[in-house]
Design a protein around this ligand. Sequence first.
Ligand code: KG4
Ligand code: ZN
Length: 387
Amino acid sequence: MEKMKAGERSGGAGRPGDEPITILAIESSCDETSCAICRDGVILSNIIAGQAIHEQYGGVVPELASRAHMQNIVPVVEAALKKADCGLDTVTAIAFTQSPGLIGSLLVGSQFAKSLAQALGLPLLAVHHMQAHVLANLIPGAADVAPLAAVVGQSGAEAAERSGAAPRPGVSAGVEARPEFPFLCLTVSGGHTQIVLCQSPLEMKVIGETLDDAAGEAFDKSAKLLGLPYPGGPLIDKYAREGNATRFLFPEPQIPGLNFSFSGLKTAILYFLQDQTAKDAGFIADNLADICASVQGRIVSILLNKLKKAAKQTGAKDLCIAGGVSANSGLRTAFREMGVREGWNTFIPSFEYCTDNAAMIAITGYYKYLEGDFAPLTVSASARAEW
Ligand code: KG4
Ligand code: ZN
């Protein structure tokens, strides 16, 4: 993307040095319309309008998503400003999701953001959605900080002593903390599965990714095979809580390096369910919790085994997860247990910053603002983009 220097912003006069930096951010890459206000790196509001209309179709219908964004965007922006108790006259810059996503959905958010920036004479910040998922871990107060003792039955300090690691004060004890650079982030969403090595807020490198389906798709497609509505990930999570994850064993693919593959798992689940329902038509209904727990257990083990390998290869001690699938309770628990066992500091955004939200766009926009990484008004949305 074309980079502008601070002096040649998309519009407006310069900001006096000591005034707060207030970012208005818009996210519209898929089926959530969201607006957040962030002042000096602190999130003041994060309004998200979902789109229930897609449920009946078993997946997101792009044309319907664009239309819903058109309806939602003005009320969502107004609600975000109101909740933050902030007027448009105090906004310093406009951030928006530029890529990747559904092009019609991205166009609604990007055109709105560009129009607002031009009308108000403000600079524009074009944000990559996957980079923003990673930086959700830097939102102050975002970390899931339930005490580790609640997860593993021992205090973080005891765990650190056992592993020989020396976590920073506050990290494993469950006090608010943020990852230190360089850190690794496992970014797991509906369209992506990546291991990202982060050197600084804007310097990131993808060191592993899926060769086929994303982790979120693996959840959603498995749910569809079980007759559950879209999006199935949260439903598998819900039923899995009551189930036995060791009841059914699904294969773990042997993919070299740090890449992932989920298509074989999906096929294995399909054949397994076909065999079982041919013998017993009520098999799925009678065993739903155990099937969900077993599917979830395998997806989680595929993800964490690769993350563990990446941590050992890079020597990273701070590990994060991000993206919609990081809302999964099985992944959250297993991730934190792995951190305790291996002596790594683990970070998870709070639930509202895991699935799509504008707060993560705002925090990324904030770091871009600090770097003077502004976009020209000619910038356009893009369905796919490297980063
Ligand atoms: O990041 P996200 O909100 O949107 C994309 O950028 O794709 O991720 C959506 C994905 C969906 O596949 C959804 O099923 C999955 O995240 N997801 C979950 C959970 N919550 C959302 N998967 C498993 N367990 C959950 N609790
Ligand atoms: Zn996302």
